[in-house]
Design a protein around this ligand. Structure first.
Ligand SMILES: [Ca+2]
Length: 230
């Protein structure tokens, strides 16, 4: 699947407000917090090119003012008791910037609820690394879908979004055969400009917006309501 991450909007609070408004207006849209990284579901390196491949849940959280505002949105739309104590820290080592790559996966299957996923959101901490991040989702009878979250060449926490336009084949598998989509994990790949050495990243609150209306209208075009203001 092609596509690109949505360019980062520094008005992260504005994006959260837009999410809140969209969920309020579109009754068929459902918020799904796929992973809060509170330690209930183990994640681990599935493949790593490095001798250093460490993961842990960490008390290091985003200091963005949008972060607690988004938590309030979760609480408003189905996650009343939502708490946030930890993020997910990964550490590894870049030996060869031309080829190094890593896969990090949940130990147990992470199924999305019925409906068409139309957007994913992830909070990411980086330290200016020239590393590309993709979210991988999978579905039986089809190839994995790569959702690009972009290059992590920023310092600090960011709220990253990626619009999802499932290929028609996948939408059909969902709608006709009720074959669920699941989160397979994250794929990291260095750019040639990344310097050698240890690095770490943190992830928090992997969230999806699921459109349940399309199950009434198979084949309907999915509009990307988030991109219009850019
Ligand atoms: Ca968390």
């Amino acid at each position: 699947m092609g596509g690109a991450p949505r360019p980062w909007d520094q008005d992260e609070e504005g994006r959260v407000i837009l999410l809140d408004q969209t969920l309020a207006q579109e009754r068929n849209y459902v918020l799904f917090v796929a992973e809060d990284f509170e330690g209930n579901r183990p994640w681990a390196f599935y493949r790593s090119d490095s001798f250093l491949a460490h993961t842990q849940f960490s008390a290091f959280l985003s200091d963005s003012t949008a972060f607690p505002k988004e938590k309030a949105v979760y609480q408003k739309y189905g996650y009343e008791g939502f708490q946030n104590q930890t993020s997910f820290l990964i550490q590894s080592f870049v030996e060869n910037p031309k080829t190094d790559h890593w896969d990090i996966r949940p130990a147990k299957p992470l199924l999305l609820p019925t409906g068409l996923p139309i957007q994913a959101i992830l909070w990411v901490y980086s330290e200016g690394h020239h590393i590309n991040l993709e979210l991988l989702v999978s579905q039986k009878k089809s190839e994995d879908i790569h959702l690009p979250l972009g290059m992590l060449n920023f310092v600090g926490w960011r709220r990253l979004e990626v619009p999802i336009n499932l290929p028609a084949k996948n939408a059909k598998l969902l709608q006709s055969l009720s074959i669920p989509v699941s989160v397979k994990g994250f794929h990291l790949a260095t750019r040639t400009t990344q310097k050698k050495g240890a690095f770490h990243l943190c992830f928090d609150n992997l969230t999806f917006v699921i459109d349940t209306s399309t199950f009434t209208y198979p084949g309907a075009e999915i509009k990307d309501n988030w991109g219009k203001n850019n």
